[in-house]
Ligand binder design. Structure first.
Ligand SMILES: [Zn+2]
Length: 278
């Protein structure tokens, strides 16, 4: 995502759809950011405009956006096809959609749905069904994708403000001493990556980030087969505390070597994570 938004000129516009407090650091792009969500938290980043609107009725002009970011949002949209058609409408020809979604059939998503009693995930994707959905009835065409790993961040100790809004089953997280839970998650996050690497499991598999381009006209005969898409390198470690992924090229500069493992302070939140090589 950073590669996409950081290289834009100042005249470009980025739509952060389902923004919450912000899907990325708005200061990292010279472009102008428009944030849209149904509601915003009290703490959010300054941008060109924060608009309260539904994804299937975007208050934006046709072909007005250079990039649309949907960071873990499309699995929550109840009117998904309408939202995808709106994204297609507001993107300029040659503009890009960056969309990250969970693998609806992964261990991680099943655990999330179990603990959070659905957790608002109303759409369940495989990579092919996700690409099909985005390309159906639109001019969007998939370019490449990246496998994303889980950081188990949804199991973090809830803040007192958030706890009352948790479903009953998930409130057990609030009854575990936070230090104990964070320690467990630090080790668990590393363990699932270790098992994934050495036993070729999909235990830490979260989902995918897919990059699509808005073509000029729909190419019906050229629907994408997901298996033929280029996969970008899986070089990201995901922080167990804040959920931010950082590429290996950044982390190797701040690694702290220990006898049997390496650790790094998360550049986003400062929490110490074990380092996993892919
Ligand atoms: Zn972090």
């Amino acid at each position: 995502m950073d590669e996409l938004v950081c290289r834009l000129p100042p005249s470009a516009k980025v739509l952060d759809l389902g923004a919450g407090g912000g899907s990325f650091s708005y200061a990292s792009t010279p472009a102008q950011v428009v944030a849209i969500d149904l509601a915003f938290p009290s703490q959010r980043q300054a941008c060109l405009g924060s608009l309260t609107a539904a994804a299937e009725r975007l208050p934006l002009q046709d072909h007005s956006m250079d990039v649309v970011i949907c960071n873990h949002t499309l699995e929550h949209f109840t009117e998904l096809e309408g939202a995808v058609q709106e994204i297609n409408r507001v993107l300029k020809v040659g503009g890009h959609l960056w969309a990250a979604v969970p693998d609806g059939f992964s261990c991680d998503d099943r655990l999330y749905r179990l603990v959070f009693q659905g957790g608002g995930h109303v759409n369940q994707f495989s990579l092919q069904s996700f690409v099909d959905l985005l390309e159906k009835e639109t001019e969007l065409r998939a370019l490449h994708y990246k496998v994303l790993h889980s950081g188990l961040v949804y199991l973090n100790p809830p803040s007192p403000e958030k706890l009352p809004h948790y479903p009953r089953r998930a409130r057990v997280l609030g009854s575990i001493p936070s230090g104990m839970l964070l320690s467990f998650l630090r080790y668990a996050n590393h363990l699932v990556r270790f098992v994934e690497r050495h036993f070729h499991s999909h235990l830490s598999h979260y989902g995918w980030a897919v990059v699509l381009c808005r073509e000029e006209t729909r190419k019906l005969a050229q629907r994408t087969v997901a298996g033929t898409l280029t996969s970008m390198p899986e070089d990201v470690n995901v922080c167990f505390s804040c959920g931010t992924g950082h590429p290996e090229s950044i982390l190797v500069k701040i690694l702290r070597p220990y006898r049997f493992w390496k650790a790094y302070p998360c550049p986003s939140c400062g929490m110490t994570n074990f380092f996993s090589r892919n």
